[in-house]
Design a protein around this ligand. Structure first.
Ligand SMILES: [Zn+2]
Length: 323
């Protein structure tokens, strides 16, 4: 039944001139364009300041922000091999000054990573893994797909109403428009996560990073998931165990030639010298990540340092004290 409603909805949406299907050169998948690229860019550009506010601003040091942007842009340059038009997106990489462990992207090229996540990493390939994954959500246009699905469902309900002789939900379309920013921040589904991991590894290898960094970062997150009942990155990026398996398979097959190959770097020294040492110096009391990393040293989490909430951070609640 669901499928049929979807089919009707897409047909109706096409009739209304809301979009058309095109093949995404990055993924090779045919996509219903619920959002135009211009709309995606507008959503990202308008949403960026709000995201920065929600997460307590950017990390103050320009050199640290610049380092993240540099790694991000190195990956972005490799997206052109699939689709040169991707270079025209207004890409921006924002290092949020937040202990929350999270990374996310808005459509149209705005990528965000929290300081809390950055401080859990040990090399540049892991950073490239996170940024590459988020770039993948943008290039695969996952928000568009989610939006199309939601729009399809809403239109389907309206159309079903017509078919059943009821009233069509004429106001629904207008309502959906207001929800796009939120759709982009709720949990991606399993297939989208796995596709973004794969795209991240593709960009990493092209840029000369060891794609094993993607597996390492996933292991860090899986360890965190065990420790914490819930945290932001698990609410926006679920299924770490399954993702690790898929990444491992790719490392043994598609990327076998990159393993034990000095051309594909992890970049430990560079990451420590240019980024992590300075970040740790600037934020010595960074709560969640330090606690998670130094569990044995510091004992169990006893401080009100780890916040979690739903994806955009409204109503954050401390796991320990409930505030
Ligand atoms: Zn993701």
């Amino acid at each position: 039944m669901r499928m049929r409603i979807g089919v009707y909805a897409v047909a109706l949406a096409s009739l209304l001139g809301l979009g058309a299907c095109t093949t995404n050169p990055t993924t090779g998948r045919s996509q219903f364009n619920a959002l135009s690229v211009q709309e995606e860019v507008a959503i990202g550009t308008q949403g960026k300041p709000e995201m920065i506010r929600e997460y307590g601003g950017e990390v103050a040091r320009a050199d640290l922000r610049q380092y993240v942007a540099e790694v991000g842009m190195r990956l972005v340059e490799t997206t052109a091999a699939d689709d040169p038009a991707l270079l025209e997106l207004p890409w921006e990489f924002t290092l949020l000054n937040s202990d929350v462990v999270n990374a996310f992207a808005l459509p149209g090229g705005k990528v965000f990573m929290s300081r809390g996540l950055a401080q859990m990493m040990t090399n540049e390939a892991q950073l490239a893994g996170v940024l590459g994954h988020e770039i993948g959500h943008v290039t695969a246009r996952h928000v568009n797909d989610r939006y199309a699905r939601q729009m399809g469902a809403q239109l389907g309900v309206g159309l079903l109403g017509v078919l059943l002789g009821g009233t069509a939900g004429g106001g629904d379309l207008a309502n959906i428009a207001g929800n796009v920013a939120q759709i982009s921040l709720v949990s991606y589904d399993r297939s989208q996560e796995i596709e973004s991991d794969a795209l991240g590894m593709r960009y990493m290898a092209r840029a000369g990073y060891n794609p094993a960094g993607q597996k390492q970062v996933m292991q860090i997150l899986a360890g965190l998931a065990k420790d914490q009942q819930r945290n932001d990155i698990m609410s926006t990026h679920p299924h770490p165990e399954e993702r690790i398996e898929v990444i491992e398979r790719a490392l043994q097959t598609e990327y076998a030639s990159t393993q034990g190959n000095a051309e594909f770097i992890l970049g430990e020294d560079r990451f420590r010298q240019r980024f992590l040492s300075k970040l740790t110096l600037a934020y010595p009391d960074a709560g969640a990540s330090r606690l998670a990393r130094s569990r044995d040293e510091l004992g169990p989490i006893g401080a009100c340092s780890f916040v979690y909430g739903h994806a955009i951070g409204y109503g954050c609640t401390c796991k320990t004290c409930g505030h």
